[in-house]
Design a protein around this ligand. Structure first.
Ligand code: DX5
Ligand code: ZN
Length: 215
């Protein structure tokens, strides 16, 4: 399975509806939504008010990536705002099981993300409860950074663990993905790739999505 999740962090916010409609027509199955609070990461992006027009403009899967402290306080509201997947950071959450239960109770799928320095084994304790693991291949906070190759070792270890336990959990990777490295990334066992600048800086974003899928 190959999924592309274009990140609207790199979209044109003055023309957000146009950009979301483009994604809605495109071969991308998911739309990735990066929420940053300026505390967990040194950048602030957007929050609930942006979810509404996005949800209105597309029926694609909304893949929300929360880069915020105390995510358990807000996960339910993101589900109510239309998120299909809500992913929070392992490093930001004191009780991941409770946050996952809250997301599930609200009717969405639950994901956890790990920063580059966090060993993937840190989440193995509650892996059985997850629908998605998002491996960061850059330091969270900004689009347009270079891919960190060591993230693929984490993907391989995670793939091994998921198949050994016979789980249904998807693996997503985020940061520095383009058609140039997508093949290697999918081959390592990734199901879904996030792509921000590779899609929105391309002269033809819809083609860029196809190029990543066919890499
Ligand atoms: C970074 C975000 C990413 C970012 C990816 O903190 O989580 O989703 O938008 O951007 P690119 O694809 O440009 O690295
Ligand atoms: Zn992201």
């Amino acid at each position: 399975m190959r999924i592309v999740a274009p990140s609207i962090l790199s979209a044109d916010f003055g023309n957000l509806e146009r950009d979301i409609k483009m994604l809605d027509r495109s071969a991308a199955e998911w739309v990735h939504i990066d929420v940053m609070d300026g505390v967990f990461v040194p950048n602030i992006s957007f929050g609930f008010p942006v979810m509404k027009p996005v949800r209105k403009a597309t029926s694609k899967v909304l893949d929300v990536h929360l880069m915020i402290v105390e995510p358990e306080r807000y996960v339910k509201r993101f589900v109510e705002a239309g998120a299909d997947y809500v992913t929070f950071h392992h490093e930001a959450c004191a009780d991941p099981r409770a946050a996952i239960a809250e997301i599930h109770a609200a009717g969405a799928k639950a994901g956890v993300s790990v920063k580059p320095a966090t060993p993937i084994e840190a989440i193995f304790d509650y892996l059985d409860e997850l629908d998605l693991v998002l491996v960061m291949s850059v330091e969270p906070g900004f689009g347009g950074q270079s891919f960190m190759p060591h993230s693929l070792d984490k993907v391989r270890a995670l793939r091994e663990e998921i198949s050994q336990r016979g789980l249904n959990c998807l693996i997503e990777i985020d940061g520095g993905i383009s058609a140039k490295n997508a093949r290697e990334v999918f081959d390592a066992g990734v199901d879904a790739v996030v792509a921000g600048s590779a899609v929105f800086s391309a002269p033809n974003p819809e083609q860029a999505i196809i190029d990543i899928l066919n890499a």
